[in-house]
Design a protein around this ligand. Structure first.
Ligand SMILES: [Zn+2]
Length: 426
């Protein structure tokens, strides 16, 4: 299943996408004419880590030539490729243990406005650089460690034109393998067969390279994963449901793959969990979203837009997504699915009210990508806001999580579990 999930994200690695596997054992003085600040190499007697460790990273240079330097404890293979709109350069590497100072990459230099790094999937890591304008990789190489110097990954970026940048993107995407979804066209919203356990898919948002909203030490990706696991445990305790998580560890999963996962599992309900941020700090409480192309208000629209940027943050090519399933019949399925989603949402609100503070307008509509499976009733729960202190205190409290998980389970059970009971007793 993992392979399936990451298929679209990673098979582009098969090609030679601006591939730069240079292993230079020597130092060309000209290449290193820019300042390279000395940084601590791992102590010689430290036990070697199972995966390569990144110990430091920095930007140097200016708009004419910007250099990214990453210090590693050993040489790794890597490839660099561009993505457009927004302009980004992506460095893909094997799994890296990023032991970098917090906050690194939040400010830019030269043509790079910011960069992010993290795990993309099992055995894969990535660095994503945001560019203020089109850029071209002039040089990309990695230097072997020498004496007290760590291995150094160096990427030099110089100015380019939009035309040339787009040509480079097209060239690299030619190598990417996009497989079409093999899931058949739905004929109606998913339902479970009599006597069978309904499949519930829980989708903790973000993960890996994409932390989601961050508040001090607390990251949305961790908060929602902990909640997802608590909910899974409570649902399983009932013995009435099959439960699957789109991720049960700290990895990134593209939005389309989350939806595809729920479809392939024939889920009768997908619950996406989030805890986002809004510039309006006074906004608090839990909110439930169901799909609508027109958002119910400006804040909902903003939140959905923020949420749908997850792929851009992680450097996933948005044009890589399959076309939405279209057609009149599908529209009918979609409408029915939407009605079921709304029923679930109302049920959740009823039970959540008993254990937590709900937003003053607890059911809202917006165009979240993860809610778009035509045959899977889907809701997105904003547990609270990382921008609100009271909410953060609750969401990081294990006891609160259990109360919330029990409330959500009760709501799901009322919608689905009762039916199973009556089928079984008939
Ligand atoms: Zn989120």
């Amino acid at each position: 299943m993992r392979r399936h999930l990451f298929r679209r994200g990673f098979d582009w690695g098969r090609g030679r996408v601006l591939r730069t596997f240079c292993r230079l054992a020597f130092v060309a003085a000209a290449m290193l004419s820019m300042p390279l600040h000395a940084s601590a190499a791992p102590a010689a007697d430290a036990p070697a880590s199972a995966v390569p460790v990144a110990v430091d990273a920095r930007l140097a240079g200016d708009k004419d030539r910007t250099r990214l330097i990453v210090d590693l404890d050993r040489v790794v293979d890597f490839k660099v490729f561009p993505l457009a709109d927004p302009y980004r350069l992506i460095i893909d590497m094997p799994e890296i243990d990023f032991r970098l100072p917090r906050g690194l990459g939040q400010s830019g230099r030269g043509i790079v406005t910011a960069y992010r790094y993290g795990v993309m999937g099992r055995g894969r890591s990535r660095i994503v650089m945001d560019l203020s304008e089109p850029g071209r990789i002039d040089k990309a190489f990695i230097l072997e460690p020498v004496e007290d110097q760590p291995a150094r990954l160096v990427v030099d970026i110089i100015g380019s034109t939009r035309e040339a940048f787009l040509a480079a993107v097209a060239e690299s995407s030619k190598e990417m393998v996009v497989e079409q979804s093999a899931i058949p066209m739905p004929v109606g919203p998913n339902t479970h067969e009599a006597g069978a356990k309904p499949m519930i898919v829980i989708d903790p948002g973000h993960g890996g390279i994409d932390p989601g909203a961050v508040s001090g030490e607390n990251r949305e990706k961790d908060v929602v994963l902990a909640m997802a696991k608590a909910l899974r445990d409570e649902l399983k305790k009932t013995g009435k449901f099959e439960v699957a998580l789109t991720r049960d560890e700290d990895v990134f999963i593209p939005l389309a793959d989350r939806v595809e996962f729920a479809r392939s599992k024939k889920a009768v309900l997908m619950v996406s969990l989030h805890a986002d941020s809004l510039s309006a700090h006074e906004v608090s409480g839990s909110t439930i979203y169901t799909l609508s192309e027109g958002a119910s208000d400006a804040l909902s629209a903003k939140l959905a837009e923020q949420e749908n940027r997850s792929d851009a943050i992680a450097g996933v090519d948005l044009s890589d997504k399959p076309d939405e399933v279209a057609g009149i019949l599908i529209d009918l399925v979609r409408r029915e699915t939407k009605n079921l989603s709304v029923t679930f949402a109302r049920s959740f609100i009823g039970d959540m009210r008993k254990v937590t503070h709900m937003n003053k307008n607890p059911h809202r509509y917006a165009g979240f990508w993860v809610l778009k499976a035509p045959e899977v009733p889907s809701v997105l729960i904003e547990l609270g806001y990382m921008t609100n202190g009271d909410d953060v205190a609750k969401m990081t409290d294990p006891e609160w999580r259990v109360h919330m998980a029990k409330a959500l389970t009760k709501a799901i059970d009322r919608q689905l579990g009762a039916k199973i009971g009556s089928i079984a007793s008939n």
